[in-house]
Design a protein around this ligand. Structure first.
Ligand SMILES: [Zn+2]
Length: 277
């Protein structure tokens, strides 16, 4: 038991979320350009000058500079503080969704849930930002998810370490096999290795069964969104001919379904099964 007021936990994870959002800005900018995430430290894209840490503070830095860089007064895209704010809000939300008790007596379960949800919710931002446009899933997110999943399993109350390891292996190997099979059938690359690593992380975080559920419902969601889009594109007669099933970015749908399944996996399954029987 821990005595942590909910307002304190929400503020803490809000600030943590803003900081992670600041890192995700780096991921979103550098990863498609093939740049290292660590070196060099933040620099101005216009004049290449290094940005001091106090100008680089999430959200407040941008507000303080009124959206213009201190070095050469170049406009800084509002995308930066917006990504940070979004991640901050998702961070605070992860405490509320983990049902942090109002009597302040948080248990290990709530702490494990908060960390898991924090990871799952914030990952949506970089995965959607990068995968939709560039068909890439950042390793810092997918491999990071595997590491977080395996580590969180050591916190008592949720998935135990054995389940986590099995979840990681089954989800990873399973999706990899499915990808190979579909590549054979469709005679073209059907599944990116990024998707495999992402789902392996979900397996580590919530066990193989829920990872499987994420996969199924993400495929549903993907078809629901992408089919009308493709149909619409065909009518317009654009490059729809060049897009194929294999080129649908799958990562965003996986990342959106993951926290939903983590929170309401059993309920969704019940509704789904009631349709079948
Ligand atoms: Zn500059």
């Amino acid at each position: 038991m821990f005595i942590v007021p909910i307002w304190y936990a929400v503020s803490l994870f809000f600030v943590l979320g803003a900081c992670v959002g600041s890192f995700y800005n780096v991921v979103i900018y550098r990863m498609p350009r093939g740049l290292s995430l660590i070196k060099p430290p933040s620099f101005c894209p216009t004049c290449k000058k290094q940005i001091p840490i106090y100008h680089n503070l999430p959200i407040v830095g941008w507000l303080f500079l009124r959206g213009k860089s201190a070095c050469c007064r170049t406009r800084i895209s509002i995308q930066y503080p917006l990504v940070e704010l979004l991640c901050a809000v998702l961070g605070g939300l992860s405490v509320i969704l983990a049902e942090w008790p109002l009597d302040f007596m948080a248990s290990w379960t709530q702490i494990a849930d908060t960390i898991a949800l924090f990871w799952l919710l914030l990952a949506i931002v970089p995965v959607c930002a990068v995968d939709f446009k560039h068909h890439l899933i950042p390793d810092s997110i997918s491999v990071g998810g595997i590491v977080v999943g395996l580590l969180v399993s050591f916190i008592p109350g949720g998935v135990v370490p054995q389940e986590s390891l099995i979840g990681f292996l089954v989800a990873g190997v399973g999706l990899y096999g499915l990808g190979l099979l579909m590549t054979r059938l469709l005679k073209k690359e059907a599944m990116g290795f990024g998707d495999v690593k992402l789902l392996a992380g979900y397996g580590a975080l919530m066990g193989w069964f829920y990872a499987f559920e994420v996969l199924i419902f993400a495929a549903f969601l993907g078809l629901l969104v992408m089919l009308p889009l493709k149909f619409f594109k065909k009518i317009k007669g654009s490059e729809a001919e060049n897009t194929s099933f294999g080129e649908i970015p799958f990562g965003p749908f996986l990342s959106i379904m993951a926290p939903i399944v983590y929170l309401w996996g059993d309920e969704i399954l019940k509704v789904y099964l009631s349709f079948i029987y």
